[in-house]
Design a protein around this ligand. Structure first.
Ligand SMILES: Nc1ncnc2c1ncn2[C@@H]1O[C@H](COP(=O)(O)OP(=O)(O)OP(=O)(O)O)[C@@H](O)[C@H]1O
Ligand SMILES: [Mg+2]
Length: 592
């Protein structure tokens, strides 16, 4: 064997996970050519093999030195020029069996160590198992595809991490394309806060705010009461005892209950309806009702006699269009018309509510087109069918028009809704465990931040990471700042796809997840090329350095065009900015 061209040296020290090798001074070159291919000896991250009888152990070079790590008196003195490699053992192959992670047999002193050539690498990576996807090519060999186990990648959750510009978005496209091309029943929802992915996936269904064909709607009535009260009138849990808060709850329950038999997805038992049930009702009607009782005047003074029949209404208004009704001015002193005695505690809630409803930036929530109330044509089953139903494989939820202050609740609602549908539909043939879904979160650090205490998104996504697997919900986070992300989420990430990461805090996140003996591989993170990744974790047989193809067409974000804009001349025009000012006033981008 020592005469083999692959011979590298011998083992001089063994401990539980690592082996030290003295490189033979008889090997002619530090870069031998074997079967026409050049191999560089002692490159960190490359493989070596140790044939021990019927078993072949495989290891990764983790350090190179010109002195052994320990020199004992009784050991021979090493010549100047000797070279030593520390090898981390990663797996073994017994006879003709496939490569397996983990070590059953250890080498002993003087065992031979050999260079791993392409045919060996093919034994580790080359065979494509059923249920896998190709993620890229091994960095040391253009011909060598690296596969990951799809089940584990999706249902044990994953993370694509890397500094800005390291190639995360491109990697996301590669992974999703591999899934979508190979698995016709796959389904993925991609949460896309910068609206950059639709250009890369021509076949995807893209929902976008104000889009003519596929507008994004997230009906407000998906919120539980606490969320609804916060987003409609700014109420928090401290307000729970206030009369206006109780009244609001009562009015919401009443409206939801009343609609128990008007639901397009089927009637529900009204005894189960609470303020938190996702049942449609008209929030504009609620406002109209509040406004009417707050502002009406009556021919009668006593509260019990103040009714619609005794009201002195002049014009009925139109709550759908947020037009208030008008009434005869109530008189001063104890004469008709009398001021209303009901719902007066709702004075400030009504003002806040109408302000929110008039703000068109929130229309995707509070005026959600076909989902706006019980009279609408669509119900939640239509929303699920649109997002994850039928032969639709990829749905992109383009959130770039979502106001930053509601991004959190938006991601929270999307996640919770999908999770609930998978939980309650877990045994249905067309969803749940029988057709899992992957939720991919781009720019995850911006809404899954560990420092955020009251984050709806974080709470919902943490639940997916903790429990989603059982009901067929997998998740993938994509982020440039992993150190800012919720620890609960990171703790549940099964597979890391780590691109170039320069910040040491961010590197330590990946380091913590890598097996101890492979920390050296993680030390390569700052020096990776764009589009190169270290993949560690459950979905990959062996931690690997992988090159990911550049995808055409690419994801593009709608960034400001600085150079273009600054290179042009801009003639003066006194009418400029009128539209802008109107848009500021109306909270509405003109022409949309
Ligand atoms: N696999 C690759 N091979 C070659 N070039 C790549 C590869 N991946 C990305 N690039 C280049 O790097 C640029 C940035 O890639 P990408 O947008 O995927 O990075 P990112 O990590 O998502 O950045 P950001 O943090 O800004 O979102 C791309 O426009 C492309 O030119
Ligand atoms: Mg990106």
């Amino acid at each position: 064997m020592k005469r083999d061209v692959t011979y590298l040296g011998t083992v001089i020290r063994v401990d539980s996970g690592s082996v030290e090798v003295e490189v033979s001074d008889e090997i002619p070159s530090a870069a031998p050519i074997i079967n026409g291919r050049l191999y560089k000896i002692g490159q960190i991250g490359t493989f070596v093999k140790l044939p021990i009888g019927n078993v072949t152990l495989f290891g990764i070079v983790s350090s190179v030195s010109n002195a052994p790590s320990k020199v004992h008196d009784d050991q021979k003195k090493y010549d100047f020029g000797s070279r030593f490699l520390t090898i981390q053992l990663v797996g073994e192959k017994i006879g003709d069996d496939p490569f397996e992670k983990g070590i059953g047999t250890y080498p002993t002193i003087n065992d031979e160590v050999h260079i791993v050539v392409e045919t060996d690498l093919q034994q580790i990576y080359g065979r494509r198992d059923a249920g896998s996807i190709e993620i890229g090519k091994h960095s040391s060999s253009e011909n060598l595809s690296v596969y990951v186990d799809l089940h584990k990648l999706v249902l044990r959750h994953s993370a694509i991490l890397g500094s800005t510009g390291s190639g995360k978005s491109n990697t996301t496209v590669s992974v999703l394309k591999a899934i979508l091309n190979d698995y016709q029943g796959s389904r993925v929802i991609l949460v896309d806060p910068h609206g950059e992915y639709s250009s890369a996936f021509k076949d995807a269904r893209v929902f976008r705010i104000n889009d003519k064909l596929h507008p994004l709607y997230i009906p407000f009535w998906l919120m539980n009461f606490e969320e609804l009260a916060f987003f409609l009138v700014g109420a928090t849990s401290n307000d729970e005892q206030k009369p206006e808060h109780r009244k609001l709850r009562e009015m919401v329950v009443e409206r939801k209950t009343k609609n128990f038999d008007k639901l397009k997805a089927g009637n529900v038992d009204k005894n189960f309806i609470t303020a938190d049930s996702p049942i449609p009702f008209s929030v504009r009607e609620l406002w109209g009702y509040m406004y009417w009782w707050l502002n009406a005047s009556f021919g009668e003074a006593a509260a019990e006699n103040q009714t619609e029949a005794t009201a002195r209404e002049l014009t009925p208004g139109n709550y759908e269009n947020l037009e208030p009704p008008t009434f005869e001015q109530y008189a001063v002193g104890n004469v008709a018309p009398y001021k209303s005695k009901k719902l007066q505690e709702l004075y400030s809630y009504e003002k806040k509510l109408v302000t929110r409803l008039r703000d068109s930036r929130y229309d995707f929530l509070f005026h959600p087109g076909d989902y706006k109330d019980e009279t609408s044509t669509c119900d939640l089953h239509n929303l699920l069918n649109a997002w994850i139903g039928g032969d639709q494989k990829l749905t992109i939820l383009d959130l770039h028009g979502v106001p930053p202050e509601v991004l959190d609740i938006t991601v929270g609602l999307i996640t919770r809704f999908i999770y609930d549908s998978m939980f309650w539909g877990r045994d249905e043939t067309y969803t749940g465990k029988n057709r899992p879904v992957l939720l991919a979160y781009e720019e995850a650090h911006s809404y899954l931040n560990k420092a955020e205490i009251n984050s709806y998104a974080k709470y919902a996504v943490e639940k997916v990471f903790k429990e989603g697997r059982k009901f067929g919900v997998g998740a993938m986070i994509i982020s440039q700042r992993p150190s800012e992300i919720s620890e609960t989420i990171l703790a549940q990430v099964g597979t890391y796809i780590a691109l170039r990461l320069t910040n040491s805090g961010d590197q330590s996140i990946v380091k913590a997840s890598a097996p101890d003996n492979l920390i050296s591989l993680i030390d390569l993170l700052p020096s990776l090329r764009t589009g190169e990744a270290i993949i560690v974790g459950e979905a990959i047989k062996i931690p690997s350095r992988v090159r990911i193809d550049l995808n055409i067409p690419r994801p593009t974000s709608d960034d400001p065009k600085l150079v273009e804009g600054w290179s042009k001349e801009h003639p003066a025009n006194v009418d400029n900015y009128k539209e802008v000012v109107t848009a500021i006033r109306e909270h509405k981008v003109r022409g949309k």
